[in-house]
Design a protein around this ligand. Structure first.
Ligand code: IVH
Length: 685
């Protein structure tokens, strides 16, 4: 390519990537697969690598860079970042509304209603459309400069869109950096696995990730952003006259604005919105802790002005708390279906935002000692979104005598087998005969994504095992209504219903059955891929590790675990009994081209589908196995040697000869930072 052509192509790629960023982050309507997106990105990075003179700081490739800082600079905000007047009671809201109406001399009042996002507030300053600076709120006048970190957030455009609206010479915006709940949980799992302290909640995780001196760490954290306020602007076309238009402008400039916003003109509508969002709070995949009511008309806002702390034109009507203090009555080791023994805090029941909570997981024995919680301690507990209740911390009670530190038992509380340790986890080895593991397996087998047996939850599964009605999974189909009717919690009708539900489940799609078996590492999507690829259970059972790895998303490790599962004599017997007996599997008729094709198509939906990764050297943040699992879970394949068909070589510290080979073949090499950023972009699960 001539230099001119390269320059043109680079610009074309940048524009395309920005456009797809906008479709993805702002409109929530991506038009290309992640794989295609990555291809554009890779091509741009390669061209910029070959032509460093054409690199510009606002290129989409330039999100992570620079050395770690020694300290943050302080930044004067373009306009003060005030906080919000807030309350949790209706009377305060009514007073706010009355004050507004008085203040505006009963002129027509219109509000904009927004969810109150529970994250970290930031100021973004764009100069001539390019992100120039970002700062935390700090004391409202002076914040910390976190520009490098904010640049790594995929939802933050490094350059604004000019397509629909003129861009002011200077534009200061305010928004909230958040971490979605799924990403937060995955991050905490990673931290725990690496023996590091997890974050107490998504807000802390967002704020903590934003305040890292090394922007590579921030890049590895799955942060997101919503922008809800135009703080100030200079130059450029006409600016919006209302909050509603402001939100529109924010989106047109290419930034995501809050979802579920609404206009209202009466306080009843505000109350309705508040009630609606409380109901839907758990459906959001990020934390909201109330609603924000803002006067729509910006002129009217200026007339009302602000106190030294908060504007008079806005109010946060908060939701009931989800954090309370209670007492741990007992710490009970609970054995799950995979044999992992989890310490569970049994607590004095406490109401958290409308739900009574009396149990919370303490994850593993190291977490118990790290938090130093013992039986009888007072603790702060939290329920956040779909997150299972968590013990946040111990509440000190000076002078009170505490129980001895809790200890994980040596023997399985369910079957008595000697427990063993795997990293921070404790495991019962008795996979087949441990009643607790069996109950866990039954519950999983009956769960929604598996055989979907109505009325067969945790408690019933335990009862079936403890009453000796089910000793092995296939016994489930032998249970008679008469045996159930006298058990606690059952009556004749419910017993019959359960037996009917069990028998109706016996005709089941292969993918659901595979998921229900609880094969290590096989979740719903891999189960679906396996079912499509192999078509029948018999073919899958006969598959070699190599054949398994032909399925996108199945790497060597997973292949090994799957074959080990099917090789186990105990599993084989159970499978035989199930399929020769009660179950009728709905299998893809044969392993025809159609099955293959569908498999291919489904795999193409996975973010990294079709890509081949090779690892070399040590990674600081992951074990090799974890890293592999992460990319495999995104649909990529991991192979052991570098070839022309390798897409990425992830090179950690002390890389081996693979690095030389990759360089020779022109394979893209990622260091750990880049690898982390790539995973983060896909929300790493
Ligand atoms: S407007 C002057 N809108 O809540 C008014 N703030 O407790 C500027 N927050 O520090 C704030 N969601 O970080 C506004 N939709 C929203 C918000 C929001 C969350 C945060 C903001 C502020 C805190 C006040």
């Amino acid at each position: 390519m001539s230099d001119k052509a390269v320059e043109r192509r680079i610009e074309e790629l940048r524009q395309a990537i920005r456009h797809h960023d906008y479709l993805y982050h702002v409109l929530d309507a991506p038009e290309i697969s992640d794989e295609e997106y990555d291809r554009l990105f890779r091509e741009l990075r390669e061209l910029e690598g070959e032509h460093p003179e054409l690199a510009t700081p606002d290129s989409p490739t330039q999100r992570v860079g620079g050395r770690p800082l020694d300290s943050f600079t302080t930044v004067d905000h373009v306009a003060p970042m005030l906080s919000l007047d807030s309350a949790q009671d209706e009377a305060s809201l009514l007073r706010f509304d009355a004050r507004i109406r008085r203040g505006l001399a009963d002129a027509e009042v219109r509000y904009v209603l927004e969810p109150k996002l529970d994250g970290a507030s930031v100021e973004l300053v764009y100069e001539s459309g390019v992100l120039a600076r970002a700062a935390t709120r700090g004391d409202g006048r002076v914040g910390e400069g976190v520009t490098e970190n904010v640049r790594t957030i995929p939802a933050v455009p490094l350059r604004l869109r000019a397509a629909e609206r003129a861009i002011p010479a200077i534009l200061a915006l305010r928004g909230e950096v958040i971490m979605r709940i799924g990403a937060f949980e995955a991050l905490n799992e990673q931290l725990l696995a690496a023996d590091r302290a997890p974050f107490a909640n998504p807000r802390n995780a967002a704020a903590g990730s934003l305040r890292q001196l090394d922007s590579a760490i921030t890049a590895s954290r799955p942060l997101d952003l919503f922008v809800y306020d135009i703080l100030a602007s200079e130059g450029g076309g006409e600016m919006p006259g209302t909050q509603w238009d402001g939100l529109q402008a924010i989106r047109q400039w290419g930034l995501p604005s809050p979802e579920m916003t609404r206009r209202a003109s009466t306080v009843d509508e505000v109350l309705e919105y508040h009630a609606e969002l409380i109901r839907e709070r758990d459906d959001f995949d990020y934390e909201i802790d109330g609603i924000v009511i803002k006067l729509d008309d910006l002129d009217a806002r200026r007339r009302l002005g602000a106190t030294s702390h908060h504007p008079r034109w806005a109010f946060a009507y908060k939701f009931p708390a989800r954090k309370e203090v209670t007492r741990i009555l007992k710490i009970v080791p609970s054995v799950g279906r995979t044999g992992v023994v989890t310490p569970v805090a049994m607590m004095r029941p406490v109401e958290l935002a409308g739900v009574t909570v009396s149990r919370a997981t303490l994850h593993n024995r190291e977490e118990v000692s790290r938090k130093d919680v013992r039986e009888g301690d007072r603790v702060r507990v939290q329920r956040a979104g779909d997150v299972i209740p968590q013990v946040l911390e111990r509440v000190d009670e000076p002078g009170r005598e505490r129980a001895a530190p809790w200890r994980m038992p040596d023997a399985c509380p369910s079957c008595g087998s000697a427990l063993f340790e795997r990293g921070p986890f404790t495991v019962c080895p008795n996979s087949f005969d441990c009643p607790a593991q069996l109950a866990g397996r039954i519950e999983h087998f009956a769960s929604r994504g598996a055989l979907d047996i109505d009325g067969l939850g945790e408690e019933t599964a335990r009862l079936l095992v403890s009453e000796g009605l089910v000793r092995h999974l296939p016994d489930l189909y032998e249970v008679k209504a008469a045996q159930l009717a006298d058990l606690p919690g059952f009556a004749r009708k419910s017993a019959e219903n359960l037996v009917t539900a069990i028998s109706e489940s016996s005709s089941v799609e292969l993918r659901r059955f595979l998921f229900g078996l609880g094969i290590p590492e096989v979740g719903t999507s891999v189960a679906g891929d396996l079912a499509r690829h192999f078509g029948t259970l018999e073919r899958l059972r006969a598959a070699s590790e190599e054949e398994l790895q032909e399925v996108a998303g199945v790497g060597p490790k997973m292949a090994e675990r799957i074959t080990a599962f099917f090789r186990s004599a105990g599993n084989a017997e159970i499978l035989d009994q199930l399929v020769r007996g009660p179950l009728r599997l709905i299998e893809a008729a044969d392993q025809s081209g159609q099955a293959e094709e569908e498999g291919g198509r489904a795999a193409a939906g996975a973010p990294l589908a079709g890509l081949r990764f090779v690892f070399t050297g040590g990674l600081a943040g992951w074990t090799r196995e974890e890293a592999k699992r992460q990319v495999e879970s995104l649909g990529a394949r991991v192979t052991s040697s570098v070839s022309r068909s390798t897409d990425y070589l992830v090179a950690g510290s002390d890389p081996g000869s693979k690095l030389g080979k990759a360089t020779e073949l022109g394979v893209m090499v990622l260091d750990e930072r880049e690898f982390a950023a790539l995973l983060a972009r896909h929300g790493v699960e």
